[in-house]
Design a binder for this molecule. Structure first.
Ligand code: NAD
Length: 342
């Protein structure tokens, strides 16, 4: 896919959280499809893995190594964040860095407050200082793109979908910290004129996702012959999006989105947790058969506290205005993901 941002300009892009699952997919795409200078700001936590980026850089060769720089910075540190933004001197910022695991936010919320709220505040302040010094021309194409989640909208019953105008109603420390960061970003637009965009996306899956999340956890536990824990009755519903589709959507938004707007992104692939675990077990039974079906490993455990029942996304705005819709099919990409973990 051709990036719709002008390739000739050798723009400088700062991606935060590029050591993580989705940020890594965005950086790989930028390395492959643009000539941008890419700055990856990440504190390099337990959830980070730079292998895929490093592999992409060595396979591309040429000037790739000079176009990419890692900045090991914790956004909760204000002076480090200011220095990193100064050094990167960006034309675009894509802000993905966050503590991202709901269960961890229930057991230890403070890291979510530090990274997701204070971290976003520090980045916005560093951006404001940087933006105010830009030339008129660079100001006119500067964007701050904040990557958020559909979880800020709370939970749905069996019917209905979240859309851009849905009311915020976060119900976990993770989603509350992301909702706070969305509000901060929007207020830096209204108050200080920072040209922002916000996206709220559904659950992602694909290669390189850290094994604490549902799909890799099911696959890895099955492959290790360990119990596969499923919350409650397994009836909670999520809308799943392949990570490459998300990266494509983010590039569309940062290059063509309207300043100050938010866009909902989803996969139109609603599945219960029971359906997911069954699909994975059925596929493993086919490609890695054992004496017993992998389904025998499924164990229902006490439900997550405040477990949202259902998320679903209406993608008509991004489809109509930016001509984006998911192109990867769930079954094919789930199997591709299982193959990758094998
Ligand atoms: P991830 O946990 O895989 O990666 C997050 C990265 O951010 C890690 O490399 C981590 O080191 C870095 N980070 C965290 N706190 C930081 C800090 N204080 N300073 C610098 N770096 C820090 O997460 P992900 O799944 O790739 O999610 C990326 C973004 O997308 C998050 O903002 C998340 O809220 C959002 N999102 C994720 C999903 C999903 O299904 N994974 C869906 C919608 C939105």
């Amino acid at each position: 896919m051709e990036l719709s941002i002008n390739r000739e300009k050798n723009l400088r892009i700062l991606v935060t959280g590029g050591g993580g699952f989705i940020g890594g997919a965005v950086i790989r795409k930028l390395l492959l499809e643009s000539s941008f200078y890419i700055f990856n700001l990440d504190k390099l936590s337990y959830a980070s893995d730079l292998t895929s980026i490093n592999k992409t850089i060595s396979s591309l060769g040429g000037d790739c190594e000079e176009r990419y720089k890692l900045l090991k910075v914790d956004l909760s540190n204000s002076s480090e964040t200011h220095s990193a933004v100064k050094l990167a001197n960006p034309d675009l910022i894509m802000h993905l860095a966050a503590e991202s695991h709901v269960d961890k936010s229930i057991n230890g919320p403070v890291e979510f407050i530090k990274s997701n709220i204070l971290g976003t505040f520090n980045l916005l302040e560093a951006t404001r200082e940087h933006y105010e010094k830009l030339s008129y021309e660079r100001k006119s194409h500067f964007r701050f793109h904040h990557i958020s989640t559909d979880e800020v909208y709370g939970t749905l019953g069996i019917k209905g979908k979240f859309k851009e105008s849905s009311q915020y109603d976060p119900r976990s420390p993770y989603s509350a910290s992301k909702a706070s960061s969305d509000h901060l970003v929007k207020s830096w637009y209204h108050t200080f004129g920072i040209p922002i965009l916000v996206t709220n996306c559904s659950n992602n899956y694909g290669p390189w996702q850290y094994h604490e999340k549902l799909i890799p956890k099911i696959i890895i536990n099955a492959l290790n012959n360990s119990k596969i824990p499923i919350y409650g009755k397994g009836e909670n519903i999520r809308d799943w999006l392949f990570v490459r589709d998300h990266a494509d959507a983010l590039i569309q938004v940062v290059s063509k989105g309207v300043i100050g707007e938010n866009y909902c992104i989803g996969g139109n692939e609603e599945k219960t947790n029971n359906q997911i675990v069954e699909m994975i077990c059925n596929y493993l039974d086919k490609v890695k058969p054992q004496n017993n079906s992998y389904k025998n490993l499924i164990t229902y455990v006490e439900d997550r506290k405040g477990h949202d029942f259902r998320y679903s996304i209406d993608i008509s705005k991004i489809k109509k205005e930016l001509n984006w819709e998911p192109k990867y099919k769930f079954k094919d990409c789930l199997e591709l993901t299982v193959d990758w973990y094998i």
